[in-house]
Design a protein around this ligand. Structure first.
Ligand SMILES: [Zn+2]
Ligand SMILES: [Zn+2]
Length: 132
């Protein structure tokens, strides 16, 4: 069982499943949404992700019509994104996780739009867009 929370602590969640894939997403939307060089994101099963506290604080923003980005309205922590055409998957923002994760699959995504001031210095696979 994984647990996580936002910065102010109002939002708490549990994930009853394995986290075995981590995408380091360099797309411009993730950079702006997170204010960082890239977002560390894990696809998780929507039905196994439970918000145990602070549901009333969750606010969704859509930078594109088909995808919501959900964050804590109180402190601004990004929590997950979800595409309307993939309702069974939520893409959890891993920085909010409070439990350790060792993922077997990890990669950089959308490196074609990465920040010019950030250099990737690890050996993880790099994809120009989404991995195939
Ligand atoms: Zn918060
Ligand atoms: Zn992205």
């Amino acid at each position: 069982m994984h647990t996580g929370s936002c910065l102010c602590g109002r939002v708490q969640y549990e994930y009853d499943g394995e986290i075995d894939e981590i995408s380091l997403c360099h797309c411009s939307q993730c950079r702006k949404a997170q204010g960082t060089a890239f977002a560390a994101v894990a696809p998780v099963r929507a039905e196994r992700l439970n918000f145990t506290q602070g549901q009333q604080c969750l606010k969704a923003f859509r930078a594109t019509p088909d995808k919501e980005r959900v964050f804590c309205a109180e402190c601004g922590s990004p929590l997950y994104s979800a595409r309307d055409d993939l309702p069974e998957i939520k893409r959890l923002r891993l920085g909010t996780l409070d439990t350790p994760v060792v993922a077997s699959k990890q990669y950089h995504a959308f490196v074609a739009s990465k920040a010019c001031w950030f250099e990737i210095k690890d050996d993880l696979p790099q994809h120009r867009g989404l991995p195939l």
